[in-house]
Design a protein around this ligand. Structure first.
Ligand code: NOJ
Ligand code: CA
Length: 698
């Protein structure tokens, strides 16, 4: 890692009582810190001379101490850092981490307390966190509230999902800040906790100011602390941090020294910069894993979609609701005959993967416990080392190995994270013994321990612990229903992806509107890759569990483009082998497309509307382009000036002229043209459609 420290502290130790500030290296963004009357800290952010966040309160409130006022400035440190690091996988092979830092040391007497606020101002935004050193006063906190406010200077347009302590699998709203309460009212909240959640929104959220400045608000390096929601004061265009509490009402139990996660703002007047920004990754700690050679980006298929679309297939082996893992002798139970995780069927997927160069096969429903898995009441729901009798693991392990395919493990916990902690070592050892090196985890249901929510402090610690422990076993993780990512995948690069949003599976539950994948990259994806499960070729299917039809919000060609617009080092090809066999020429793109990139260029972007991106393969000179649009058709302008000089063959997978996400989703064409760096292509995209291009030097 290159590491250049350019400027060092010059104000250290000097008590400054006037406002202090720091600008980004380009000078476009400036951050000001001040103490209001009573010694209450406030910050504000300007972008190109306009205030984006007006002076806003900061601080932490605990039962033991209020780190909110009474402060004087005891010292100010500034430093400029310009360094470049190499992610194990991602959108770029080199990431520049270039910022100016301002650390303001705050002190109060009677009662005595100390806190440092550390700001980092980058060319693409701002991050700050609270640092609590060992104190003369209390060193243990029962944290009730974080005061951090966001005083917006206009009734910005906002893109958001409703606040919820337990799920983020929502569709996105686009309204003015002042209209958020009305938009949230449509979500019915029954319990007290839900009503508290119902007044706020989740992060990452995006805003567009009246001057067309885009601002993404989120957090980075979430560890030892709960996730953040944002309370909305619609009238005053003000947001305030709302920490997810446990069910006892406490947000966090802290011991000093402690640093909070970073509060982050990605800011630009060019929407493409929001997509390109690596600010959140930059604010995370470098990899804790020294030897990362075993971490391998991959594509996979899975015994999975059958359960969503068939209406009859199930994760469970038997229909006996009283079957009990570890107690029942499953070999004595009759199979329900609707269990796709059986040896023959898994072999079919292994054969398909081997024939098409797909690295892995996920198998869901392989282990004991699924008969009553949605009841969420038991202290033991699943065993992670007990295959069902029709899943012949030794045979499949050897068969997969022979075919050069990796089986991918599935650990659905039914949200019993406590029992998963107990079983973790045994489960990971079982994986290694059977040649698995990646696992999809899941937390469907109400969290056990019952004092917790999906995004409360305990669960944040749990998922981080799972990533850390998995690294010890050289296991890669793809977590579902975990807290929204905050760039921790930099620190644990074995944590390849998370779901943590409404994924592709909802195409079988009424569908995702085409705009959905035009907003996720601006919001959810800023924290890390998503296991969105693209590659849906049969876009009409039977509705999950309801016996009617569901229509996906996509054309077939758009599904190919998602491999570019929803980058992830672990990408599923979600559809059934028999559906891929109907469209082998289109499936060729999924075979070819890489999942790890040397470089990325965002060519066109507008949140909720469209994205066009070009990426260069990390392992070759090949380039790929993906373009998607919302329910409106549009013509993408693809300027190939990102290419080095030369002639290239571009294979274009596009919507046919009469394609339409609803009326004619499977109408696509494949054509080959020659392009050079001087080519500018006007590429039509159908309503709800997209285009994927593979570019190879001639
Ligand atoms: C929800 C996950 O998102 C989905 O992918 C999985 O199949 C089910 N839980 C069962 O674990
Ligand atoms: Ca899910």
């Amino acid at each position: 890692m290159k590491n250049f420290l350019l400027t060092l502290s010059f104000l250290s130790g000097i008590a400054a009582q006037a406002a202090v500030g720091v600008s980004s290296p380009s000078g476009d963004i400036s951050l000001t810190f001040d103490l209001e009357q009573g010694g209450a800290p406030v910050y504000s952010i300007d972008y190109k001379g306009k205030t984006i966040v007006a002076p806003s309160r900061m601080g932490l409130m605990a039962d033991e101490t209020a780190f909110t006022d009474g402060f004087t400035i005891a010292g100010v440190d500034t430093v400029t850092v310009d360094r470049t690091w190499q992610p194990v996988w991602g959108e770029y092979s080199d990431v520049r981490d270039h910022f100016r830092e301002l650390a303001v040391k705050l002190k109060a007497e009677n009662p005595s307390k100390e806190m440092t606020v550390r700001f980092r101002v980058f060319d693409d935004g701002v991050g700050f966190r609270y640092e609590l050193p060992v104190q003369d006063g209390p060193n243990y906190l029962t944290l009730r509230d974080e005061l951090t406010e966001y005083n917006l200077t206009a009734d910005n347009k906002a893109y958001y999902i409703p606040g919820d302590y337990d799920t983020d699998e929502y569709l996105w709203s686009e309204t003015a800040i002042s209209e958020i309460p009305e938009a949230l009212a449509k979500y019915h909240k029954h319990t007290e906790a839900q009503r508290a959640e119902g007044k706020n929104i989740q992060t990452p959220m995006l805003m567009k100011t009246p001057d067309s400045v885009y601002v993404n608000i989120h957090e980075a390096a979430l560890a030892g602390y709960p996730a953040m929601l944002l309370d909305v004061d619609a009238e005053n265009h003000k947001l305030k941090t709302h920490l997810v509490p446990d069910r006892l009402g406490v947000s966090a139990y802290l011991q000093m020294p402690f640093n909070t996660p970073w509060r982050t703002f990605i800011i630009s007047d060019d929407a493409r910069d929001i997509l390109a920004s690596q600010l959140i990754m930059n604010l995370n700690e470098p990899s804790k894993i020294e030897d990362t050679s075993w971490i391998k980006p991959m594509k996979f298929v899975g015994v999975w979609w059958e359960m969503f679309t068939g209406n009859v297939k199930t994760w469970a082996y038997s229909d006996d609701p009283l079957a009990k893992p570890g107690v029942t002798d499953y070999s004595k139970l009759p199979s329900n005959g609707r269990h796709p995780a059986n040896t023959e069927n898994v072999k079919r997927y292994i054969d398909f993967a081997a024939a098409h160069g797909i690295d892995g096969v996920l198998v869901e429903g392989w282990n004991e416990g699924w008969e009553d898995w949605a009841s969420y009441r038991k202290n033991r729901q699943f065993l992670f080392d007990k295959p069902y009798p029709d899943f012949d693991l030794p045979q499949l392990r050897d068969y997969a190995k022979e075919k050069g395919v990796k089986l991918i493990m599935h650990h659905e916990t039914a949200a019993n994270a406590a029992d998963y902690d107990f079983q973790l070592d045994r489960a990971f050892k079982f994986m290694k013994d059977n040649n698995y090196d990646a696992v999809k985890t899941g937390y469907v249901g109400a969290i056990i321990p019952r004092s917790e929510h999906h995004t409360s402090q305990w669960m944040v610690d749990h998922v981080n612990r799972v990533a850390e422990r998995a690294a010890e076993y050289q296991i890669m993780i793809d977590s579902h229903e975990a807290p929204r990512p905050t760039g921790m995948c930099r620190t644990y690069p074995n944590w390849l992806a998370q779901e943590s949003a409404r994924g592709g599976e909802f195409e079988s539950m009424g569908g995702n509107p085409p705009s959905h994948t035009c907003i996720l990259p601006f919001t959810r994806l800023k924290g890390g890759p998503m296991d969105y499960t693209p590659g849906l070729f049969e876009t009409r299917m039977s509705y999950y569990g309801e016996g009617k039809d569901s229509q996906a919000g996509t054309t077939l060609a758009r599904q190919l483009a998602l491999y570019l617009t929803m980058p992830s080092p672990i990408q599923m090809a979600c559809d059934l082998p028999e559906n891929y066999d109907r469209f082998p020429d289109a499936f060729k793109f999924i075979e070819d497309v890489p999942v790890d990139w040397a470089d990325s260029r965002y060519l066109e972007a507008e949140p909720n509307r469209y994205i066009t991106v070009a990426r260069r393969d990390k392992n070759s000179e090949d380039w790929y382009v993906g373009a998607i649009t919302d329910h409106n058709g549009r013509t993408a302008t693809i300027d190939f000036s990102f290419l080095p000089e030369g002639n290239y063959e571009a294979t274009i997978y596009e919507d046919a002229p009469d394609a339409h996400w609803k009326e004619n989703p499977q109408a696509y064409r494949i054509r080959t043209v020659t392009v050079t760096p001087h080519t500018v292509l006007s590429q039509p995209l159908a309503p709800g459609g997209g285009t994927a291009i593979r570019i190879v030097r001639k």
